[in-house]
Design a protein around this ligand. Structure first.
Ligand code: NOJ
Length: 732
């Protein structure tokens, strides 16, 4: 953790903002002059699936000193290589609400990528955003809230790129479900496009992300990877993105159209199902430029963007060779894992959300006996990597499945870590590590306290696990988890439920059991799962995670879910997750931003100092958008005091309501947060810095972000519903 955090001090090795890009572009333009046509096309074209050591590889030119670029998954570590660190999933990083941990995780992943010779790490992800609670890949990203997701993107990208690897913000745009992802059209309104789905990508571009991956789906009827509106207009013009756009793997559908629409690199460069040579670019792009279908300037622009990103990251300065192959077990010739296990443990620990804690069930205090129940308490007996791309749900769940994975170097299961602690405490452990309800009941009857482990998995749609084709079939725990908890709760009066899950599950059956005293939400914690859980369950650290999404009382309360049609009209508009619950007066079970601690916090002294002028944000386009959007308009602050007995951390949250004149707008939206570590009796100040963007809505008439005039409402509190201070400010 320390070494990764130390990097944050070693400010922008690649130069700040536009200045860094300017220098990189000069170098790229000089290099471009030396390339012939075939070489220019080559650096924009993949060599074909399994044609090189990485999941994506380009052709190396011979006229300049530039490599076959190695592009490798994933958003939580380096896929198909070992040894590597299996980090907590994006959704857990989001649940920490901790900027420094988001950065540290990104920096540590970037160090591993660079050490292995990976030039481009294929993450982080903010698409899917997660409007469908059952969406298969939501866990790869940080949160269903665009503001939190945006901070996750920004910190992660800065961390990764400060370590020297090119980050890739994906998937652009609107790939919200796995079913039909390669045929589906996401028809999204202009405001929702901007205020929800594009928002976190603004942060990514602002953080100088080197590359963006366009998605499989269509947007408003046109493939994302050949949409002029989505690539040229939105991403390159409106957000001022100076890097390059690569296709998702086989998401390219035409050669000329995609080039004209703004695609810069095709991946993987062959089709999985078609004969070699059936590619859109390569020789076909050379031909298209020769016959005038694609202007020379467009090809030069592709090559320049790709080269500039490489220079931006300083990858021309002695970058390591690729030291593994994805296709033969991934054994690397170097060990890049360093002290990253401590980053994993810290992120996993601080992402744990304590949902319920009655009668001080937690923390555990040297119990005489403890029953540990459920298959989710142990490692898969066949090993943590038994299934390719984690495509099974056997044993404890610590990441979802699909391309967004890495190989576990080891996996500390809950039972492993609890046994170590029990040994110290003299606690007798009774085990039932199947999901059998009868065995569970007899184990539970034989101990003072019973801890039941349940889970819910999801992943990418090319794999179907237990009948779930990527997206989840329902929001219930898997393996009959409700019945398992019921049988334990019938046999023991002191039950703690631990949930490993990709997203929300419906908890009503479990909450209806009076014996269930505590619920611990551990998400997808990565390789240090058990250790992080013990840190929290035994009170070495107070839980401080907050939900990055809403947990509803019933699935229909979300008003969204994956659908089987070939068109999704995004009828939710701006009202996804808590925006929908707030607007429709639906009581969630556990609201967005919620999470308990072992201590208590008091909020006081809300101070609002905001001064902005109404109207659109203009100014030159910088990476991220119009320059004025990022101008400071003031701060809001609040004093938080730890009023309990033990140390703890609180995530103070700021929500804003826009003036009533802006019609059809969510009642409140997250626009700031800060995590404060506080000793008992200690006070801290949470300060939320606001920019014009935070006060704006997207005006579809003028096609600008506009700060409305009128009175804004300020809500500061411990969650989206636990508000401890309200204020107002007015914009004239
Ligand atoms: C398809 C996935 O959608 C994408 O996220 C991944 O990076 C590529 N496959 C490469 O594995």
């Amino acid at each position: 953790l320390v070494s990764a955090l130390a990097l944050s001090a070693a400010a922008d090795a690649y130069g700040a903002g536009a200045a860094g890009w300017d220098a990189a572009y000069s170098k790229a333009q000089a290099a471009l002059l030396k390339l012939n046509q075939t070489e220019k096309v080559g650096i924009a074209t993949g060599v074909g699936w399994e044609g090189g050591p990485c999941v994506g590889n380009t052709y190396a030119p011979s006229s300049i000193d530039y490599p076959s670029l190695c592009l490798q998954d994933s958003p939580l570590g380096i896929r198909y290589a070992n040894p590597v660190t299996a980090f907590p999933a994006g959704i857990n990083a989001g649940a920490t609400w901790d900027r420094s941990l988001l950065y540290a995780r990104g920096a540590a992943m970037g160090q591993e990528a660079k050490g292995l010779g990976v030039h481009v790490q294929l993450g982080p992800s903010a698409g899917p955003l997660g409007k469908n609670p059952d969406g298969g890949r939501n866990w790869e990203g940080f949160s269903v809230d665009p503001y939190l997701a945006g901070v996750g993107m920004e910190e992660t990208i800065q961390g990764m790129q400060d370590s020297g690897v090119q980050a890739c913000a994906k998937h652009w745009l609107g790939n919200e479900q796995e079913h039909n992802r390669e045929t589906m059209s996401s028809n999204i309104g202009d405001r929702a496009t901007h205020e929800l789905y594009l928002w976190p990508f603004m942060n990514a571009v602002k953080a100088n992300v080197a590359s963006v991956m366009c998605s499989y789906n269509k947007l408003n009827g046109t493939w994302a990877c050949e949409s002029d509106a989505v690539l040229n207009d939105l991403l390159k013009d409106e957000l001022g993105f100076p890097g390059y756009v690569m296709s998702d793997w086989n998401a390219q559908h035409t050669g000329v159209n995609s080039a004209l629409a703004g695609l810069d690199m095709t991946m993987p460069g062959s089709d999985f199902n078609k004969p070699p040579g059936s590619i859109f670019w390569g020789p076909n792009l050379v031909e298209a430029v020769t016959n005038g279908s694609v202007p020379q300037s467009r090809l030069d622009d592709m090559a320049t963007r790709i080269l500039a990103s490489w220079y931006l990251l300083g990858q021309d300065q002695g970058y390591p060779e690729v030291t593994f192959s994805s296709w033969n077990g991934g054994k690397a010739t170097v060990d890049v894992t360093a002290d990253h296990a401590s980053v994993v443990r810290t992120v996993a620990r601080d992402s744990i959300v304590l949902l319920k804690n009655q009668e001080h069930a937690l923390p555990l205090r040297k119990p005489k006996s403890l029953a540990i129940i459920g298959q989710d308490a142990i490692v898969n007996p066949d090993g943590p990597n038994a299934c390719v791309d984690r495509g099974c749900n056997t044993g404890t769940l610590a990441m979802g499945w699909g391309s967004g994975t890495a190989e576990f170097p080891y996996l500390i299961a809950p039972l492993d870590a609890i046994k170590v602690q029990a040994q110290k405490d003299g606690t007798k452990i009774v085990e039932s590590t199947t999901d059998s309800t009868t065995a569970a009941a007899s184990a539970a009857a034989a101990a003072d306290t019973a801890v039941v482990f349940i889970n819910a998995d999801a992943g990418e749609g090319y794999l179907t696990v237990e009948g779930n084709a990527g997206d989840r079939n329902n929001l219930d725990p898997w393996h009959n988890g409700n019945e398992l908890v019921k049988s334990v709760a019938a046999a023991n009066k002191n039950v703690i439920v631990v949930v490993h899950s990709v997203g929300p599950i419906i908890l009503e059956t479990i909450l209806a059991q009076p014996s269930v005293k505590a619920i611990v939400w551990a998400g997808l914690p990565g390789q240090e799962s058990g250790n992080a859980l013990v840190d929290v369950m035994y009170g070495t650290t107070s839980p401080s995670g907050k939900l990055p999404y809403t947990i509803a009382k019933q699935p229909s309360d979300y008003g969204a879910g994956w659908n089987s049609a070939l068109v999704d009209n995004f009828v939710e508009d701006l009202f996804i997750d808590y925006r929908h619950f707030d607007k429709n007066g639906i009581a969630p079970r556990y609201e967005f931003g919620y999470g308990l601690s072992y201590t208590t916090f008091n909020y006081s002294g809300l101070a609002v100092s905001v001064s902005a002028t109404a109207g659109p944000s203009n100014g030159p386009i910088v990476p991220g958008g119009a320059e004025e959007l990022f101008q400071s308009v003031g701060t809001i602050s609040v004093i938080v005091e730890n009023t309990g007995e033990v140390a703890g951390a609180e995530v103070a949250q700021l929500y804003l309501g826009l003036p009533d004149s802006v019609l059809s707008t969510p009642p409140k939206q997250l626009r700031g947060f800060q995590k404060l570590n506080l000793q008992p009796g200690e006070q801290g100040t949470a300060t939320f810095e606001l920019t014009r963007r935070d006060l704006s809505y997207w005006d579809v008439q003028t096609q600008k972000w506009v700060v409305p005039s009128g009175t804004f409402t300020v809500y500061v509190g411990a969650s989206s519903r636990d508000i401890h201070g309200e204020g107002k400010f007015t914009v004239a």
